[in-house]
Design a protein around this ligand. Structure first.
Ligand code: NAI
Length: 319
């Protein structure tokens, strides 16, 4: 509540900032003192066409308000070029918001190779290309903030969005590993699943919903996650209409079904299904160590037990 979150001297690259959510982020960063690269390919929602107008309009709006911004019109697939625009104009890159996106919604059997490929290329590969281009600069300066953009469709699945949900959850996987690799260089990586009225969603939302779900209601968490003062990394947040929440995994307590020297069969899994899937008692694994730890421990105990049984059999019945 005390000091405002300022970005003076910082350089932010927002991809797909010509419309919707990206535009709202770019305007907010600029209003808070950041120099902003407004990237936008300028195509339509299904990823065809291109043009400079979308990015230029946002740059004009920022400059008219006294802010600092330059446009870049390349596809996020050419990540190096986007980052080069930041370096050429502002000399550094501190913040990347991987926001650019398109849709090719179709039920699964109707997805053509090109509908699959373009969604993976723009969302997942684009996010990879832009982030990899910025990474060495962030490492060198010991500072970086990266915002990944996923979707409820990726987290939960959604009818008609197999291509999009695969790409969007792929981005969460990328963020999970980058948050681990970036930590020692103060590169923090967080992911948001936003919901907002935009040209992507206006066809499936009523006018009232579009009005209630303003992109400006999502920007505050993007700003905070991009600021020096935020030390969180590897988080996944659901955001919209001014609502903010964090997600995590949970795992049932689980059950060890194998006993020493036993060959397991599927019937035993069937007969214990209620225990395997019982969420009354849960754990919250946060890392590969939390995940594998219990399995490795149990398997170690099992090996000991099997070895002990073998030794006991040997002493009883020496050869
Ligand atoms: P939008 O269509 O208003 O904005 C996306 C912008 O990305 C457009 O200006 C477009 O020209 C640009 N773009 C597309 N392909 C590009 C490329 N290859 N290179 C550079 N720019 C490119 O869409 P919206 O709703 O603002 O979406 C922004 C992000 O939020 C997307 O990643 C979307 O998947 C995600 N999202 C949005 C939700 C919503 O409710 N609006 C829900 C969940 C996720």
């Amino acid at each position: 509540a005390s000091s405002p979150l300022r970005f003076d001297g910082k350089v932010a690259l927002v991809t797909g900032a010509g419309n919707g959510l990206g535009k709202a982020y770019a305007l907010e960063f600029a209003a808070r003192g950041a120099s902003v690269v407004v990237n936008d390919l300028g195509g339509n929602i299904s990823g065809t066409g291109s043009g400079s107008r979308a990015a230029d309009k946002v740059v004009d709006e920022i400059r008219a308000k006294g802010g600092k911004a330059v446009a870049n019109y390349d596809s996020v697939e050419l990540g190096e070029k986007l980052v080069q625009t930041a370096l050429d104009n502002f000399g550094r890159i501190d913040i990347v918001v991987n926001n650019a996106g398109i849709l090719r919604d179709k039920s699964f059997v109707r997805i053509k190779d090109e509908d699959w490929d373009i969604i993976q290329r723009v969302h997942l590969r684009g996010t990879f290309q832009v982030t990899r281009a910025a990474w060495p600069h962030m490492r060198k300066q010991g500072y970086g903030r990266i915002i990944m953009v996923t979707s409820a469709a990726g987290i939960y699945g959604n009818f008609g969005q197999a291509n999009y949900s695969a790409a969007k959850l792929g981005i969460v996987g990328l963020a999970n590993t980058l948050s681990i690799e970036g930590r020692k260089n103060n590169i923090l990586v967080n992911t948001i699943a936003p919901i907002a009225g935009s040209r992507l969603t206006e066809t499936v939302m009523t006018k009232e919903m579009v009005d209630a779900l303003k992109p400006e209601y999502v920007s505050p968490i993007v700003v905070f996650l991009s600021h020096d003062s935020c030390q969180d990394t590897g988080g996944l947040f659901e955001v919209g209409a001014g609502f903010f929440a964090k997600l995590r995994w949970q795992r049932t307590e689980g059950v060890l079904l194998r006993e020493a020297n036993e060959i397991l069969d599927a019937e035993k899994v069937r007969d214990n299904w209620d225990r395997i899937t019982d969420f009354n008692k849960v754990t919250y694994p946060e890392s590969i160590r939390d995940s594998m730890g219990k399995i490795m421990q149990l398997s170690g105990e099992m090996m000991e037990a099997e070895k002990a049984a073998l030794d006991a059999a040997k002493t009883k019945d020496p050869v």
